[in-house]
Write a protein that binds this ligand. Structure first.
Ligand SMILES: [Zn+2]
Length: 356
């Protein structure tokens, strides 16, 4: 009896010492991992970039569309508000004018509502665990057929919602994510005239800011099925970075993308950085963006993805994220880079899919 008691005490002491040392040593260990990741990123930061010579995307149209979405009249495009509804109706009009096929459940629209609920996965990631309810939200979907029959669509996603109004203050959301939606429209215009081998499904998503609800609704309502999709390219925040850096997130999960990015860099006037997709036990306190925007939902559904976006800036999620702050030349070249990536991806996947 006495021996047994001693053993219990020993186990208890070992457990307490282990737990304490983990708590005390973890910051040091994480700091070292963060430094290793920073060193990895420093080593891959390209110093030589192409001149900003690509000009397939119409810069004036790109900026005009961004300004329309980030205008005060849109009142920050919160889901279900007059500004949010005006934005999605305008996007559907653009899709129709471009000549995309309606691919929602009601023409171009995919309406949905969400009840407020608790999310364990959000709680685990240290965020506000309650998913707020939204009423009268809707995604906008348009399809552009490809030139080769039988290929699964590439899905290009960009969320059009933002934070709306707080009192009298408008959160314009120019970079986040009028920039992604305006880019999507210009890419659709270009690709309509110069189609890829794959079909491209253009999806302007609602209520991303409320917990990626628009992307979740695509799969929850079975409008989309993961096994019927070839790939997801998500664009969210493209229009400004003081260091002219564009992050390419997803190569940790899909290393076959790295050679494509190596091929892309010499054509691109922005510095491409494959990062922000490693878990904390590999990258320390470096942020993991695997689930940070709508691509996370495609990833969890089993669809391979890449996410293009800039680093968070001082105006991120503030009323200062306005169209005037956009770096027009950088933004234009980012969209050109996404277009070049789409072309490379299309060729790569078509070869893979049609190989005997
Ligand atoms: Zn965003």
């Amino acid at each position: 009896m006495f021996l047994k008691k001693k053993r219990y005490i020993a186990i208890l002491i070992i457990t307490i010492v282990t737990a304490l040392s983990l708590v005390l040593l973890k910051p040091l260990w994480l700091t070292q991992l963060t430094e290793l990741e920073a060193e990895r990123i420093r080593l891959i930061t390209p110093t030589q970039v192409a001149p900003a010579s690509l000009d397939r995307i119409n810069r004036e149209q790109l900026m005009a569309d961004l300004r329309w979405l980030a205008d005060a009249e849109r009142q920050g495009r919160a889901p279900g508000t007059p500004g949010g509804i005006a934005a999605r109706e305008w996007i559907a009009e653009q899709f129709a004018e471009i000549g995309l096929e309606p691919a929602g459940t009601e023409g171009f629209f995919h309406p949905y509502s969400v009840k407020e609920h608790f999310s364990f996965s959000r709680w685990l990631r240290g965020r506000n665990a309650t998913i707020p309810g939204v009423e009268n939200a809707a995604n906008v979907l348009g399809l552009l057929p490809g030139t080769v029959p039988g290929l699964k669509p590439l899905v290009l996603t960009a969320h059009y919602d933002h934070l709306g109004m707080h009192g009298d203050t408008i959160f314009y959301g120019a970079d986040d994510n009028a920039s992604g939606v305006a880019a999507m429209l210009e890419l659709a215009r270009y690709l309509k005239a110069n189609p890829l081998q794959h079909p491209v499904l253009f999806v302007a998503l609602d209520s991303e800011e409320k917990g990626l609800q628009g992307a979740v609704a695509l799969f929850r309502t079975e409008l989309l099925h993961a096994e019927q999709l070839a790939f997801n390219i998500n664009i969210d925040m493209l229009s400004r970075d003081t260091q002219q850096l564009l992050f390419a997130v997803g190569t940790y999960h899909h290393p076959w993308l790295l050679p494509l990015l190596d091929e892309l860099q010499p054509q691109s006037a922005v510095k491409l950085l494959p990062a922000h997709d490693r878990p904390w036990y590999l990258a320390g306190n470096t942020q993991d963006w695997t689930l940070s925007s709508d691509h996370g939902v495609f990833h969890q559904a089993g669809v391979p993805f890449i996410y293009f976006g800039v680093a968070d800036h001082a105006d991120y999620h503030t009323p200062e994220d306005t169209a005037e702050k956009v770096d027009v030349m950088f933004y234009h070249q980012v969209v050109e880079t996404v277009l070049s990536f789409l072309t490379l991806l299309d060729q790569h996947l078509a070869q893979r899919e049609t190989r005997p």
